[in-house]
Structure formats: structure tokens, C-alpha cells
Design a protein around this ligand. Structure first.
Ligand SMILES: Nc1ncnc2c1ncn2[C@@H]1O[C@H](COP(=O)(O)OP(=O)(O)OP(=O)(O)O)[C@@H](O)[C@H]1O
Length: 449
């Protein structure tokens, strides 16, 4: 984030050193001019927000030029003079140039004026930043931290190979985005990218979801249905939460990976799969294998390239950057100018984000809905147990809140209360797990990008 800039053209050494010793001056990005003439040109080019100008050191020509210069309206001026009457300076003051301090100077007053101007400017810098994102982006991934840049390099290398990849990382770290980015950079980019959540598949329909079925294969199979292997033909199939797939189906998946062959349910026709598999889990794999939840042989088939995703707390600086990024996109979507207060940014920076980017994105979304124009810390509800703000902000529902926003808040709040457990959340909300997955998926994909 850039900070306000201060231009200084003061030739009296004592005054210059007095001004430079003020905290009010040092908090700006400084631009000091030593040229007697041409200072106005230098000021115009530097686009400084504040200018400290010693009038006695100037010739009248430059000062006269300032009367008609755009710089007069773009910059806040603090003039310093010995106090001789000066019609040009009077004219500038009439045009609203700013402050005129006469010798002897009261440094305390100057300091407080500069502080005030700095605060106002910072507020407007925050405002303009509500519309922009300043993080680097690779494919679909946003983040400027060293950890993310190292991940980008890995993805670029793996993407161009034919190997299957296994992405491991905590929930909400962006594993699906990584898989999608890998697809975008692969030679299969022209083909489809199909993502399924293995945890959301109903056990009765899982074979059909994976391999498809033919009409009449079972009651309710009124027409042929393409499974995900066929849908992803020529492209990439992303198996999210693969460790949640029932153990028996894992054997079938292993067979397809070994031979490339599969049969739709109810069909005798063998089909050949031409897909690249990218799988992901947020479980600790060694535990899942030890507890016989996940087959070790399947792991070795899938993990030709294991990729570890850094947690958000290991991506220094990215939490605030992503929050600004999400807010900028949300503002752009609704034509709004909402922005974070300094304290909210501090809160975002301090918190450990156990639910990673998803938790952050949802927190920004909720705050955006609840805040009028400034997002204060109490609008940012986190899983932090010491955070009491939730009761304050969501106890009363703002009048006129959209019904779909209310539904979103109810879902995210219940999910948070259940520590991310989707089955318990769906039960409490009275909806199916599949509906919950669909809604979360919609929030993940439509809100910001
Ligand atoms: N680096 C990132 N840049 C931008 N958005 C991100 C990033 N990482 C994650 N997101 C967003 O966070 C949300 C969660 O991401 P994603 O679904 O890819 O996480 P995941 O690791 O697959 O989660 P889970 O393990 O629960 O399936 C999505 O809305 C995604 O767009």
C-alpha cells in the first residue's frame, strides 16, 4: 500500500531541520527539492499530497505560476514566510491553497496540522484501495508470499507432465484452485476440468457418478448418464476429499488408474479413460492409511507428484492482501466503496485463520454484508474463541437485508459453530449434505472472482 507523499522546498537550514525533526513530517514519503527555480515543475511531476514551501526563498514568478497550476488543487500547501505582505500569497490563500505560517513558527501547531492532513489522506488512500488488489496472481491463485511463489513454481513444473498429482493441505487452502491452475497450464487446457467432491457422493450412486450408467441399469435410470471419467475426457478430473471415498470404490478407482478401463453401470462395453487425475485431501495421509480409511496402493498410484499446500498463516502478508483482494472484487460487483479500518486489518493480520482462505473469504463476505461503509473489527467474525463480536453484529438482522444474504450468514455461522463438520451443519439446518455442498460451492465460486 503506498503512503502519502510530502514535498519540501525550504532553504533556511534551521527551518528545514526543525521541520524534518517533526514526526508529522517523517511519516510521509519525503521528496526534498533543492532547486531554486523549477520547484513547481518538480512538485507537479512528483504528485505529492502535501507541500511545505518557504515563500521567502522563492522568486515571484514560480509563486505566480502556482496560481494557475493544477498542483494548487492537487496538493495541500503549508507556506512559511517572514510575514511581509505578499499579494501573490494572499491570492493563493484565497484560492484555498492551505496554511500560511508566519515567523516565529509554532512547531507544535505545524505538527498537529500535518498529523490531521496525514489522517485525512490516509483515509482517502484506504478508500481508493477498496477498488484494487495488490497481490500477485498465478493462474487462478492469488498471493505474493514466498510460500505461494514456491508453490507457483512447483505447479508450473508439474502441470506440463502427464503425471497424476496429489495435493495435500488443510481445508480451505485452495486445493481445488491449484488443481484447476494445473489444468490451465497443462497440455489438456483445451479439454474440460471436472471437479467432484468424493465426500459428497451418496454411497448408492457413487459408481454411477464416477463411471456413468446406461438406461435401465437400476430403478430410476431413465436415460444414459455420463460419469465424471467420461465428462472429463481429454481433460483433468479433480477428486477432492478422495480419502472420503468408500473403501470398496477405492479398489475400482485403482483399477481404472492401472488399466485406464472402466464400465458404466449396467453396460458390458469397456471404455478407455483419457483423463489426468489430480486428487486432494485435507486429512493427514499417514493416519488415513494406518486407520484403513484410505488404501496405500491407491495413494502411490495417485501421488506421482505430491504437492503440499502452505496454510494461510504460513503466507506472510497474504491474509491482509487477500482480504483487500476479495473486498475489491465485491465492491466492483456492487459498485460500492466499502473499506477496512486500520484495526480490522490488524485483526486480519493477527488472527491465525485455521479455516484458511475459505474462512477469510467468508469472513470478508459477512463483514461486507453487515458493514455500511467501513468494515470494523466487530464485523469480522472469526473462529477465535476470544472474539466476542459475533453476538454483537449478527444478533440483530439489518432491516432490508437480502434473503439470500441471510441464508448465507445462517449457513456460514452454523458451519463455523460445528467446526466445519458438514454433516452436522446440514442436519441442523434441515437440508441435505449435497444441498449444503452445492451452496458452499456456489459461495466459493461466485462471490468474488
Ligand atoms: N490463493 C487463493 N487465491 C484466491 N482465492 C483462493 C485462494 N485459495 C483459496 N481461495 C478461495 O478459497 C475458497 C476455498 O478454496 P478451495 O475450495 O480451493 O480450498 P480446498 O483446499 O480445496 O478446500 P477443501 O479441502 O475444504 O475442499 C475458494 O472460494 C477459493 O476460491
Amino acid at each position: 500500500m503506498s503512503s502519502p507523499k510530502l514535498f519540501m522546498h525550504v532553504q533556511d537550514p534551521l527551518l528545514a531541520s526543525n521541520l524534518l525533526s517533526l514526526n508529522g513530517v517523517r511519516q510521509y514519503e519525503l521528496n526534498i527539492s533543492h532547486q531554486n527555480e523549477n520547484w513547481l515543475n518538480q512538485l507537479s511531476v512528483s504528485k505529492c499530497d502535501v507541500a511545505l514551501i518557504e515563500v521567502n526563498s522563492l522568486d515571484d514568478v514560480a509563486l505566480k505560476e502556482l496560481i494557475n497550476s493544477p498542483a494548487l488543487y492537487q496538493t495541500e500547501f503549508l507556506f512559511f514566510s517572514e510575514g511581509e505582505p505578499d499579494p501573490i500569497l494572499d491570492c493563493l490563500m484565497q484560492k484555498g491553497a492551505g496554511f500560511h505560517y508566519r515567523s516565529p513558527y509554532n512547531l507544535k501547531l505545524i505538527e498537529s496540522s500535518l498529523e490531521e492532513v496525514f489522517c485525512d489522506l490516509n483515509r482517502s488512500y484506504e478508500n481508493t484501495n477498496t477498488q484494487t488488489s495488490y497481490l500477485d496472481q498465478f493462474g487462478l491463485l492469488v498471493g505474493s508470499s514466498t510460500a505461494m511463489h514456491s508453490l507457483y513454481r512447483t505447479i508450473r513444473k508439474v502441470a506440463t507432465t502427464k503425471a497424476n498429482a496429489f495435493i495435500m493441505g488443510e481445508s480451505g487452502t485452495g486445493k481445488e484452485l491449484i488443481a484447476n491452475t494445473m489444468h490451465v497450464f497443462s497440455q489438456r487446457a483445451e479439454g474440460p476440468f471436472v471437479a467432484i467432491n468424493c465426500g459428497a457422493l451418496s454411497p448408492e450412486l457413487i459408481d454411477s457418478e464416477l463411471f456413468g450408467h446406461v438406461k435401465g441399469a437400476f430403478t430410476g435410470a431413465h436415460k444414459d448418464h455420463q460419469g465424471v471419467f467420461e465428462q472429463a475426457e481429454g481433460g483433468t478430473l479433480f477428486l477432492d476429499e478422495v480419502t472420503e471415498m468408500p473403501y470398496e470404490q477405492q479398489v475400482k478407482l485403482l483399477r481404472v488408474l492401472e488399466s485406464g478401463e472402466y464400465k458404466p453401470v449396467g453396460s458390458q462395453q469397456v471404455k478407455m479413460a483419457d483423463v489426468r487425475i489430480v486428487a486432494a485431501t485435507n486429512r493427514t495421509l499417514s493416519d488415513a492409511i494406518r486407520d484403513e480409511v484410505f488404501r496405500e496402493d491407491l495413494y502411490f498410484r495417485l501421488a506421482q507428484f505430491p504437492i503440499m499446500v502452505p496454510t494461510l498463516r504460513d503466507r506472510e502478508g497474504d491474509a491482509c492482501g487477500l482480504a483487500q483482494h476479495f473486498l475489491a472484487y465485491r465492491n466492483a460487483q456492487d459498485g460500492q466503496h466499502k473499506h477496512f479500518s486500520e484495526l480490522s486489518l490488524e485483526k486480519i493480520n493477527r488472527y491465525s485463520w485455521p479455516g484458511n482462505v475459505r474462512e477469510l473469504k467468508h469472513a470478508v463476505e459477512r463483514a461486507y454484508i453487515l458493514a455500511d461503509s467501513v468494515i470494523h473489527p466487530e464485523h469480522l467474525v472469526t473462529n477465535d474463541l476470544s472474539d466476542q463480536s459475533e453476538t454483537d453484529t449478527t444478533a440483530g438482522i439489518p432491516i432490508g437485508m437480502r434473503l439470500d444474504d441471510m441464508e448465507k450468514i445462517a449457513i456460514l455461522k452454523t458451519l463455523k459453530n460445528n467446526d466445519g463438520n458438514k454433516t452436522d451443519t446440514a442436519n441442523q439446518l434441515g437440508i441435505s449434505v449435497k444441498t449444503l455442498y452445492n451452496k458452499l460451492d456456489k459461495y466459493d465460486h461466485t462471490d468474488f472472482l
